[in-house]
Design a protein around this ligand. Structure first.
Ligand code: PCA
Length: 212
């Protein structure tokens, strides 16, 4: 039997854009072998509820050893390692199905929050050692990314051997240039985010106990 894969997710474009940096990242890494495990890429809809359902389907089907979800956060200058998933959907922006949620739980009756189970400090150190811009982040926001992050951590709550977490990415340089904003948002090249995710996956697998 081949080793359990790494599940890597990104999102379709949203907010009127034609590109999502996280989808490009997933396309670049899908099928690659990192630290002995195949990366299985999955693009999620930017839709409350449906995104989480697609993620859970993939987890049940693939039985991954590690799950990393990614999304784009325009305005961030560094690869943001999200620390905490909140049981809250609250956003000014409607999702791609036109739904806007305010003060809504992700899982009714669920705990207020879950911590990421990725080894964030070793990942941060490894990324910085390679000259890649990275930071710890205290909030994944109240939109679909946090919704997916909470759905993931809730699903993994009884599977301590499977680490999971969420990473926000800056936009790509071409998105920054096309934004029309002055000043443009900071951009980070696909080559850099791809290398960063390989490091993140390898570090997460290396920090997982062998008997897990
Ligand atoms: N970013 C959004 C949702 C999809 C994405 O790539 C967010 O930060 O919630």
């Amino acid at each position: 039997m081949s080793a359990a894969p790494v599940l890597l997710t990104g999102f379709e474009p949203f907010g009127g854009e034609s590109i999502n940096a996280s989808a490009r990242l997933v396309a670049a890494l899908d099928g690659r072998v990192v630290a002995g495990r195949r990366v299985a890429g999955l693009i999620l809809p930017v839709v409350f509820g449906a995104a989480g359902e697609r993620l859970l389907d993939a987890i049940n089907r693939l039985r991954p050893a590690l799950v990393i979800c990614t999304g784009q956060a325009a305005g961030r200058a560094a690869i943001s390692l999200e620390r905490v998933a909140l049981n809250l959907a609250d956003s000014a922006q409607p999702d791609n199905a036109g739904v806007r949620l305010v003060d809504a739980p992700v899982v009714p009756g669920g705990p207020a929050a879950y911590w990421s189970t990725l080894p964030l400090r070793p990942i941060l150190a490894a990324l910085r050692a390679r000259g890649l811009p990275a930071e710890l982040s205290l909030s994944a926001g109240g939109y679909v990314c946090n919704h997916v992050f909470y759905t993931l951590m809730h699903a993994l709550r009884d599977a301590p051997a499977v680490r999971g977490g969420f990473v926000h990415l800056p936009v790509l340089p071409e998105q920054a240039a096309a934004s029309g904003r002055t000043p443009p948002p900071p951009g980070l090249a696909l080559a850099a985010t791809t290398e960063a995710l390989e490091i993140l996956i390898a570090t997460s697998l290396a920090e997982t106990p062998a008997d897990a």
